[in-house]
Design a protein around this ligand. Structure first.
Ligand code: NI
Length: 258
């Protein structure tokens, strides 16, 4: 069984066949899915999906590229919603300096990242962190607010093996998806080979980042078998071992999942 730790089935790209696709997950070995909110609409849709499908759980939070959606009312909504039995994490939250170069907006991202980290602490949920071109500031913020007390995963990890080690020391998990199958993903391959197996989670970030041989096409959790295969090769263990370890890791992190 596979635990998919990061999907966006609320995305418009799934409108034509969402029901059919989600209904096929169990038969294809996908045991649990965490659907992750990005903007406010996606968070509401995530809650609907989590309530509709037994094997789907949700994370609510606002992505750094969508922080214009955040205000005190939405923050209160996130807080209330986080007590729903199917909501298992706050996310995705973080910093994205790749798409946002304006220092003023970047500081606004840092403000809401801190607020949402504090929310996670308050409601005792783990966090799902998005961090792109902002390695230093992300770590600085986590260390500054004693973020090691808040369990979490750095999703779609894109930094060096050295930075992965720092997160692992803080108790964080590393989310690994389709990128690990790409020929040019040297840093990620090195990271996956090096970090403790107890810290790796499987994820797609679907509909984005399809693994080889489906790169460029719409992604779904059904492609995770390619990610499992790549990790097994890098660590020289069996695919079953990868599935089992990552499944247990996800249950450990998302402790509300049944
Ligand atoms: Ni995502």
């Amino acid at each position: 069984m596979i635990f998919e730790s990061h999907a966006h089935y609320d995305d418009r790209q799934f409108d034509p066949d969402r029901e059919e696709l989600l209904s096929s997950m169990g038969a294809n070995g996908i045991g649990r899915i965490v659907n992750v909110g990005s903007d406010f609409a996606a968070c509401r849709h995530t809650l609907e999906l989590a309530r509709k499908y037994e094997f789907i759980y949700g994370a609510v939070g606002v992505h750094p590229s969508d922080i214009e959606d955040l205000n005190e009312d939405v923050y209160e909504w996130l807080k209330e919603t986080s007590s729903d039995p199917k909501i298992v994490a706050i996310g995705e939250i973080g910093l994205d300096y790749y798409w946002e170069k304006d220092p003023k907006v970047q500081s606004y991202q840092r403000y809401w990242f801190c607020r949402q980290m504090e929310l996670a602490r308050e409601v005792s949920l783990p966090v799902i962190i998005h961090s792109r071109d902002a390695a230093e500031d992300t770590l600085k913020i986590i260390k500054g607010i004693h973020g090691d007390e808040i369990p979490g995963v750095v999703h779609c990890f894109s930094y060096s093996p050295e930075i992965a080690e720092e997160y692992v020391k803080l108790g964080y998990y590393i989310g690994v998806g389709g990128v690990v199958t790409y020929k040019n993903a040297k840093k990620l391959k090195e990271t996956v080979a090096k970090i403790p197996m107890e810290r790796i989670l499987l994820e797609t970030d679907c509909p984005y980042l399809s693994p080889e041989p489906n790169r460029g096409k719409r992604n779904s959790s059904l492609n995770l078998s390619y990610v499992v295969k790549a990790i097994a090769e890098l660590r020289e263990i069996t695919e079953e071992e990868v599935q089992k370890a990552t499944y247990e890791n996800a249950f450990r992190l998302f402790s509300k999942v049944k």
